[in-house]
Design a protein around this ligand. Structure first.
Ligand code: PLP
Length: 387
């Protein structure tokens, strides 16, 4: 997430991070990168690849072994058919996947329908391509689900792409299966391409379920699914993401990738093969860890009088800070300055979100407990006029 190109208010996230770096003893609930270690069998597979000399170049689209593992995973977990030869591109992280995909799909003037608030890296990719974002508001009362009626109102002859991120960053909302079906109908009716960013798919809570829109009838030919290893297997630094979709889009994205960095790192690709084909209980263990942290934070927020839409998934809570009477950017600075806690304000995820903050679940429970205590006391001091 960043804001170099987009400018505007989102820039404050960088300022905050800089400020946090200059301070001692700061608890970070800022960036969305998993804090848990990469599971041992995945690390072992990378070491084996190095020891056995499997470090040479790989095809631009990715090792065939990895594309096959991705294809099997998509069929098994998501009900999506994708030919490993022509319909999958391994990328250098999800971030590259989204950038390449937007460049491959969007011509100047094309409209991209984007739920708001949002992961602003998409803004920047769309800006570079000369596309226009058309924002669809989502709200707390509906747990930030995407309402097809609101989407339909914003469809014009220039609409080209509908972006879905489920579970969502920053809201932790999901697109409910019913809404996904209606959105699929709209996409078919209006000839839209759908990008389905499912990078948080494995982190769903309290029995929440979602469906992959590419698995619905008539959607395979118009959907590109984006996913990767960063979140599911705590592998952010390994830089493995992927796209799966119709050959014509994958070919363009692959040609762009070839020019940018030729291929994703080979050793990381072998690690990702182990991640996708090995035991999956590590993922469920991570999910349970995040679920405990989420419960802790939800109850702390209840105590502090912050509301939030039910966080059905992902690694975040999108907290409504209106009850403090302090604008979120200011509140972020207050928490950093007086509590030593780094939390990104809602304005990092769109200009309309000055009453929200994104809290991450990416610290151990005891550290989160400490963070909450510090925030509580900073707020009390502020209210008492002491700071
Ligand atoms: N998509 C979403 C919604 C994200 O939140 C992120 C990272 O936070 C990415 C894509 C990129 O992930 P990666 O770390 O694989 O580059």
């Amino acid at each position: 997430m960043s804001s170099v190109i987009g400018g505007g208010k989102t820039i404050n996230i960088f300022d905050l991070q800089e400020l946090a770096r200059s301070k001692k003893n700061v608890i970070s609930m800022g960036l969305g990168d998993p804090d848990l270690p990469t599971p041992a069998h995945i690390v072992a597979a990378a070491k084996a690849a190095i020891d056995e000399g499997r470090t040479g170049p790989a095809p631009t689209r990715g090792l065939l072994e990895l594309r096959q593992a991705i294809s099997d995973k998509l069929q098994r977990d998501n009900g999506i058919l994708a030919d490993p030869e022509t319909e999958i591109l391994v990328t250098t992280g999800g971030q590259e996947a989204l950038f390449l995909l937007i460049q491959a799909l969007i011509e100047p003037g094309d409209e991209v329908i984007v739920p708001d608030p949002r992961y602003t890296s998409y803004d920047e990719a769309i800006n570079v391509a000369g596309g226009q974002m058309v924002l669809v508001p989502t709200d707390e009362a509906h747990a930030f689900d995407l309402d097809p009626v609101e989407v339909e109102k914003r469809i014009t002859p220039k609409s080209k792409v509908l972006l879905l991120i489920s579970p969502n960053n920053p809201t932790a909302g999901i697109v409910s299966p019913d809404n996904a079906r209606q959105l699929a109908r709209l996409a078919i009716e209006h000839n839209l391409i759908v990008i389905s960013d499912e990078i948080y798919e494995k982190f769903l809570y309290d029995g929440a379920t979602q469906i992959s829109i590419a698995s619905l009838p008539g959607m395979r030919e118009r959907t590109i699914t984006l996913n990767g290893a960063s979140k599911t297997y705590a592998m952010t630094g390994w830089r493995i993401g992927y796209l799966a979709g119709p050959p014509e889009f994958i070919s363009i994205a692959a040609a762009l990738k070839d020019m940018v960095n030729v291929q994703a790192p080979t050793v990381s690709q072998w690690a990702a093969v182990a991640a996708l084909t090995g035991p999956q209980d590590c993922v469920e263990q991570m999910r349970q860890t995040y679920a405990e942290r989420r419960a802790l934070l939800m109850s702390a927020l209840d105590d502090m009088g912050f509301s939030y839409g039910t966080p059905h998934g992902a690694l975040y809570i999108w907290a409504n800070t209106s009850s403090t009477g302090i604008e979120a950017t200011q509140l972020s600075y207050l928490f950093l300055d007086k509590a030593g806690v780094l939390i990104f304000p809602g304005t990092g995820f769109g200009d309309n979100w000055g009453n929200y903050m994104r809290m991450t679940l990416l610290q151990p429970k005891e550290v989160l407990e400490q963070a909450v205590e510090r925030m509580r006391s900073a707020l009390a001091d502020y209210r008492a006029g002491l700071v």
